[in-house]
Design a protein around this ligand. Structure first.
Ligand SMILES: *[C@@H]1O[C@H](CO)[C@@H](O)[C@H](O)[C@H]1NC(C)=O
Length: 137
């Protein structure tokens, strides 16, 4: 629904600038054709993405934890999807933890007796009393 609206608004811009005699991605200003900034709100890139205006066009890239094909895309060529880090790299949490995918992120939940010492995106190792004392100051 949101994407549909964005596309309609975007399409309207294209039509209106073309009808004034400027090419796609440009608009008239004082009888000159100037670049149209497509990166206005709402962004044509959708959620979890950054929009970059270019001369006559624009492109989108995904926020960290998200991906698209191709990596540079527009409203008509792609969108950002969550990366399932647990599937992408089954070893991301090591063998001593359960990996849980989150939207744009993930966490490693250590099996009992193991710890990743507060860095819940790292491998879990055997809890050691000495190491715990050192790390907690
Ligand atoms: C995306 O576009 C930017 C600007 O044109 C370029 O610098 C970058 O290399 C592109 N990245 C990819 C993956 O194509």
């Amino acid at each position: 629904m949101e994407l549909k609206c964005t596309l309609m608004v975007f399409g309207f811009f294209l039509l209106s600038s073309e009808s004034y005699g400027c090419g796609v991605g440009f608009k008239t200003m004082y009888r000159f054709c100037v670049d149209e900034d497509e990166c206005v709100t709402p962004s044509p890139c959708g959620e979890n993405a950054q929009c970059f205006n270019t001369d006559g066009s624009y492109y989108c890239t995904c926020d960290e934890g998200f991906q698209s094909y191709p990596a540079n895309f527009t409203a008509t060529t792609g969108q950002c999807e969550d990366i399932d880090e647990c599937k992408e790299d089954p070893d991301v949490c090591g063998t001593k933890a359960a990996c849980t995918n989150l939207l744009g992120s993930f966490i490693c939940v250590c099996h009992s007796g193991y710890s990743n010492y507060g860095n819940d995106q790292s491998e879990c190792t055997e809890s050691s009393q000495m190491r715990f004392c050192v790390e907690s100051g």
